[in-house]
Design a protein around this ligand. Structure first.
Ligand code: F0G
Length: 442
């Protein structure tokens, strides 16, 4: 394993602030909680270098320019170049499809596909910044609790950086593609007889005693992870020529992304790159929707739940970033709702069917927009961008389950099994056996 050296003298400027007590300090060590009160930390960004879109990406090395995260360097923490661990993450497309728009009930909707990142989920955006900070402060072991995507991303970036990755996951609850990636990239995988919330609780305890365990936590409680996820919003707006959509919809689990989107929009507003706020719409799965209930109560009563949903990525009952996410929803006059597993899977089937593809949790974005249009919370004339957070191959069991097993669903696409003969193939393909038009319509 490569020896990772701390780059402490170059770390001036890596300031973080506690969102509870306001304490500000230099994060030249693995800081994941306020040393005074234990609160969540935000990176403090010097916004003075960016004023116009032309300032973006100026003066970067070709390697950093390739990254859809580091391209926005002036809006990120000043981690030294030598510490940056990048896999050319980001630079993801926005897809526009009339069938998706008709399903949602709006004139047009873009789907920004974060599943097209190096490890096939949006997590790589945050991970490049989290692991780069870990390298900058000389951490040797990086860790996360995960529902699968964070662990796959962590394993990859830690391996690239020559660090050891420790992953704590709920046993039997992680989609196969994600577990496979995490194992393949060499992480130490610890499976617990518990859920994601238990896993994160255990790791937060371990991370709090850095002197004893030497483990740097890079879940989104880490103030540097959300910084990379801000780049989803930066890049989306740049792709839209800085024309701000009315609504940005995204799935919510541990709520790091919702928090990051809010911070990104707030900073873009402060530097004057946008002149109005889009509304954030965070969509949870009905069986894992403590934030939707909190929103419903006017952010008056928060209660964790025991999570249960087919969208395993967002099967989280006590999100770590709930108060940061609340800040994001309040700042953007946003909305939070829950959708059922059936609504998620039907939306996913359409996203898959039109050739885009995503994992179940991602489809909550589309299911949520459809529901918000139906309830009148989104006007059909409003412009909407939804975020697809993970690739269809992450969870092929969910695809097989929907299309091949159980009751036949509206969009089910069942393979046909035949003997290996031309006769049998003829019976399927030739007009008198089954008209071609019928085949096309299948
Ligand atoms: N979509 C996917 C595909 C995810 O993997 C996650 C979170 C989310 C949405 C929700 O994002 O937590 O920022 O609200 N996955 C984490 C993980 C929890 O461990 O991979 P969030």
């Amino acid at each position: 394993m490569a020896v990772v050296q701390a780059l402490t003298p170059a770390l001036a400027g890596l300031i973080v602030r506690c969102m509870d007590c306001g304490h500000e300090f230099l994060a030249d060590y693995p800081a994941t909680a306020c040393p005074r009160c234990g609160g969540l930390l935000d990176a403090v960004i010097d916004l003075s270098a960016t004023r116009t879109p032309a300032d973006i990406g100026v003066g970067l090395s070709p390697t950093l320019r390739m990254s859809g995260v580091w391209r926005y360097r002036q809006l990120l923490p000043p981690i030294p170049d030598e510490a940056i661990v990048t896999r050319a993450e980001g630079r993801t497309p926005i897809y526009w499809d009339e069938r998706i728009a008709a399903y949602a009930g709006v004139a047009s909707i873009g789907l920004k596909h974060e599943g097209q990142n190096p490890t096939a989920s949006f997590k790589d955006r945050g991970m490049t910044v989290g692991i780069s900070h870990a390298k900058a402060v000389g951490a040797r072991v990086v860790a996360c609790a995960s529902t699968g995507n964070t662990s796959a991303s962590l394993a990859s970036y830690a391996a690239a950086a020559g660090m050891r990755a420790l992953v704590v996951i709920p046993e039997g609850k992680i989609a196969g593609g994600k577990l496979g990636q995490t194992i393949a990239h060499g992480a130490l995988v610890v499976q617990i007889a518990g859920d994601f919330d238990d896993a994160l609780r255990l790791l937060r305890e371990i991370a709090a005693d850095y002197d004893r365990y030497g483990v740097y936590l890079v879940n989104s409680v880490n103030p540097f992870r959300p910084e990379g996820q801000k780049a989803i919003v930066f890049e989306m707006l740049e792709q839209l020529d800085w024309r701000v959509p009315d609504v940005i919809a995204l799935p919510g689990g541990n709520l790091g992304n919702t928090a990051a989107f809010g911070k990104a929009l707030d900073e873009l507003w402060q530097v004057g790159l946008i002149d109005r706020m889009p509304r954030l719409a965070t969509i949870q799965a009905a069986g894992a929707a403590p934030f939707a209930a909190y929103f419903e109560s006017g952010f008056d009563r928060y209660a964790p739940v025991k999570a249960d949903t087919i969208a395993t990525a967002i099967k989280i009952g006590d999100p770590a970033s709930v108060e940061r996410a609340r800040r994001a929803i309040e700042k953007t006059s946003g909305v939070v709702i829950a959708v059922s597993d059936d609504e998620i899977m039907d939306a996913k089937a359409l996203i898959d069917r039109v050739g885009i593809g995503c994992e179940p949790a991602s489809a909550a974005s589309l299911a949520g927009v459809r529901k918000l249009v139906a309830s009148g919370d989104i006007d059909p004339a409003e412009s909407v961008v939804g975020v697809l957070t993970g690739h269809v191959l992450k969870d092929t069991d969910a695809v097989v389950g929907y299309h091949l097993t159980g009751e036949r669903r509206e969009h089910a696409n069942r393979p046909v099994s035949i003997p290996a003969t031309i006769d049998a193939l003829d019976r399927i393909l030739l007009p008198d056996a089954a008209p071609a038009a019928a085949l096309v319509a299948r």
